[in-house]
Design a protein around this ligand. Structure first.
Ligand SMILES: CSC[C@@H](O)[C@@H](O)C(=O)COP(=O)(O)O
Length: 375
């Protein structure tokens, strides 16, 4: 995506020093666009854990490059142990997005059984770069497949403004480029479809309000911020034509883990007969889990609900309390939308119904390959 006239990915190796991986600190957006260097696997772990980077695809790419940094900084004689330690450190960063464990495993597999430390370093960097490149390519392909769905709906409604609702941020910032849920929107816009996006604010971290709105603004896509509870009401008013969200982990049977609140949008969409699409690259499928209820849901600090951060008038980031100090809060980061509420999954290989047989047919090479199984 272009920011201030320059094309950026959300993560990239320094062109002069492969020991430095650059990221954008998303905690500061939309107020400040700051690039931060990662020098070690500990830096990569902290960046994921503290949500400087976030979103399934970008978490995976950061984990891949984290493994590369572990290989870069390890002594030759200890490189295998250091990679194993790095793998468990990174896996502990956040539990729900499957891309993290998948990327770690992919780098480990690439480095396995190589004879020298130099060969291991080279393989780790190549694997991390492939993960990032594929993430960008897959999102671009998701855009092309998803665009057709938007186009059909737009034609159906007589080419009047197409209103798309999205939740959280499954955009450029959640991936390496383009985004999953946003890619069809950008591709449809490029085709000249007149569209408008309703953006759920996505409490408590406000990924919609802070990140999706900022991204859509950079891309000049018309959009309006709404409260998390407004979607159902807008659907009843006939103001939503379709919903597209991303996913942090989707079972091979089509159950979708995504940011908390997604399930309620899917229920409202079903009640109002509105298509509900989930856009995801294949790296987000969990080939081991049969049922969404088995997905580990991240429990985050209650302080994210009882306090709120923002920019003061004199340009300082500040956190203030919005509840009484004694208020207890529970903060589940994600929820599960059962496959039966999902109209279709938009993947890099095409649009597929959320059913095991159909998903397996499209990804026959992955569902049976040990490289793609994370346990
Ligand atoms: C592509 S990630 C799917 C998103 O819709 C969403 O759940 C998300 O942004 C991930 O959550 P986050 O907690 O911001 O890492």
């Amino acid at each position: 995506m272009n920011v201030h006239g320059t094309h950026y990915r959300t993560i990239w190796p320094d062109p002069h020093d492969p020991g430095i991986i650059n990221i954008i600190d998303q905690r500061l957006l939309p107020h400040r666009f700051e690039i931060k260097p990662l020098h070690s696997v500990e830096d990569a772990h902290r960046a994921i854990r503290e949500m400087m980077v976030r979103g399934a695809g970008l978490i995976g790419a950061t984990a891949g490059y984290g493994m590369h940094l572990a290989a870069m900084t390890a002594d030759d004689g200890q490189i295998r142990e250091k990679l194993a330690e790095a793998a468990s450190l990174l896996r502990s960063a956040r539990p729900t997005a499957v891309n993290l464990a998948w990327a770690v495993r992919r780098v480990l597999a690439a480095a396995e059984e190589l004879p020298t430390a130099a060969a291991i370093r080279q393989a780790a960097f190549a694997a991390a770069s492939r993960i990032a490149d594929e993430d960008a390519q897959f999102c671009q392909a998701i855009g092309q497949h998803g665009k057709q769905l938007l186009l059909e709906r737009w034609e159906q409604k007589g080419r009047k403004t197409l209103n798309v609702l999205t939740h959280c941020n499954a955009g450029w910032l959640a991936f390496v480029d383009y985004g999953s849920a946003t890619a069809p929107i950008y591709a449809a816009r490029d085709e000249g479809i007149d569209l408008h996006v309703w953006v759920d604010e996505t409490r408590p971290w406000n990924q919609g309000a802070r990140l999706t709105c900022w991204e859509l603004e950079q891309e000049k896509v018309p959009h309006t911020l709404i409260t998390d509870n407004a979607g159902g009401h807008l659907m009843q008013q006939g103001l939503v034509d379709l919903v597209i969200v991303g996913s942090d982990r989707t079972t091979h049977t089509g159950d979708v883990a995504n940011k908390i609140g997604t399930y309620l949008k899917a229920l409202a969409a079903r009640d109002n007969d509105i298509p509900f699409y989930v856009a995801l690259p294949s790296s987000t499928f969990d080939w081991n889990l049969d049922n969404g209820s088995e997905i580990q849901i991240e429990q985050r600090s209650g302080e994210e609900i009882t306090k709120i951060s923002g920019l003061t008038e004199d340009g300082r980031m500040e956190t203030i309390a919005i509840t009484a100090a004694s208020t207890r809060a529970r903060n589940d980061g994600f929820d599960i939308t059962p496959a039966r509420l999902v109209t279709a999954l938009i993947t890099e290989r095409g649009v597929v119904p959320p059913r095991a047989e159909a998903i397996h047919m499209l990804f026959a090479d992955q569902c049976s390959s040990p490289e793609h199984h994370i346990r």
